[in-house]
Write a protein of this length. Structure first.
Length: 248
């Protein structure tokens, strides 16, 4: 496959370096991947920018949960878009919905203006919108460049047929970036069924903490997760996906 995009979502410098080493040609930088990602710290962005040469799109999401934001939350989103533009991000990954599940066009226009010459990706707010085809049309009308989507299911493999319909429907006006569950075992079938050329994955593995002293009965957040397990991108998994895409 020529002109494919292999985007890796990362939340650390170490994962960003591994993603580039494995052959990713773009990053989505975020914090807190374990809860689906939130806006990263500016210093994380600057540290990653020093270490990698590929494009960096920054997720702008102020909190875990839905994508219907208060006025205060939206103000933070807009300021973060402006900040990352100032510091040289290649793109931002954003999304705002109304209470009824439709895309909040007025607020999205504000964010598009704030983004200026950065690329804009509509993130997986798309996947919890009420009508994927109307949301696709709204994105086209807003001149959004990319939609990151699993096809409105938890994993992209579950709804690969809908992803193919979206690719066909938009006819290149918006790039459909297939994400959530992309891996080397399924990438060939996903590419064949969806006809997409852009794929998004974390390639993550569990890395054990170096700590020898452990207080196992104390949880800082999610009680089902060990505080001594760290998610990291595996360069080998990224390389496997890259090699398969290059052979298609």
């Amino acid at each position: 496959m020529k002109d494919y995009i292999l985007e890796c979502c990362v939340d650390s410098v170490e994962s960003a370096v591994a993603a580039q080493a494995g052959g990713a040609n773009r990053l989505e930088l975020c914090a807190n991947l374990v809860i689906g990602g939130t806006t990263p710290d500016i210093n994380l962005f600057l540290a990653v920018r020093e270490k990698v040469s590929i494009k960096i799109n920054v997720l702008i999401r102020p909190r875990f949960g839905d994508f219907c934001y208060t006025g205060e939350e939206f103000g933070i989103i807009k300021k973060d878009v402006e900040m990352f533009r100032k510091y040289g991000a290649d793109g931002v990954v954003i999304g705002v919905l109304r209470e009824d599940g439709s895309l909040d066009i007025a607020r999205m226009k504000e964010l598009m203006d704030a983004a200026g010459n950065m690329s804009v990706t509509l993130h997986r707010a798309f996947d919890v919108s009420c009508d994927p085809f109307q949301t696709l049309k709204d994105a086209e009308d807003l001149h959004i460049g990319t939609i990151l989507t699993s096809g409105q299911k938890n994993t992209c493999y579950e709804c690969r047929e809908l992803l193919g319909q979206l690719v066909e429907k938009t006819a290149g006006k918006v790039d459909i970036l297939v994400g959530s569950g992309v891996n080397s075992a399924q990438i060939a079938e996903l590419a064949a069924v969806t006809k997409a050329k852009s794929f998004h994955l974390s390639g993550k593995v569990n890395v054990e903490s170096v700590m020898t002293y452990r207080k196992e009965d104390v949880s800082m957040g999610l009680p089902l997760m060990s505080e001594y397990t760290i998610f990291r991108t595996d360069a080998g998994e990224i390389a496997k996906v890259r090699d398969i895409l290059q052979r298609l």
